[in-house]
Design a protein around this ligand. Sequence first.
Ligand code: SF4
Length: 299
Amino acid sequence: MDEIIKEIQKLKEDRNAVILSHNYQLPEIQDIADYVGDSLGLARKGAESKADVIVMCGVKFMAETASILSPDRNVLMPDAEAGCPMANMITAANIRNLRLTHPAAPCVAYVNTSAEVKAEANICCTSSNAVEIVNSIDAEEILFVPDKYLGQYVQSKTDKKLILWNGFCPTHVKIQPEDIMRQRKDHPKAKVLVHPECTPLVTSIADAVLSTGGMLEYAQKNPCKEFIIGTETGIIHQLSKQNPGKLFYPATNLAVCPNMKRTTLPKLLSCLQNMETEIKVPQDIRRKAARSIERMLEI
Ligand code: SF4
């Protein structure tokens, strides 16, 4: 493995590449990356860097978002088959159909969507700013896609009426209230942090409902020494690295996203050797999708 790591590091220099890893990637991918973070944070890091090549270790919509924000760079994915089942639950045509029955409702699209869906939406949101984005919109009724659980969480925090799409993250729905209760019994002093992609039964019994970035910040600032983590288990690596001496328990070991685990060191090496697979968003889609992202960043 050491040889592969050395070769990746050498090729990274030769290609003037930056390696970005999502918080849910395998530990060895997180460790070799220049930046580890959430999807929007990574896309912004890629855009800020001086690299010619952006290697996105994550799922496809993340590479698309990086390409939208950095159209002149070469955006590569080590495994182009790594998709996001939740992002695939909605299409641009689905939004156009929704607009027929709700013509006055602007559409908010979670960043976990394809470039086409972002292009069709009015504005994007992340799991950390969704409530703020929804509240900033001058309309009573808003289409919110694709995650119904994030949507239900936002609905509990706003007076606007959200029209939800029936999408969900298959990994986060594996986290059940019984898992939280069992872990709480075993670790009575631990704080329970869960992601808003979890079901309302889970979010309602947590100490805090946070994005991945929010969890990392909370764990650093909170004096508590033990945490039960209700999101994809990959983040435990980053939480443990950043907080030596604190303990992090996954709510359940079943919360593993198989798509996030498709990226391996040999695939990362081959990606840099062969400069494949490039992810490019067509210009017309890119321009519209960038507008939805920029509107969010303005707020
Ligand atoms: S964890 Fe869920 S939302 Fe994230 S990439 Fe996997 S399926 Fe998609």
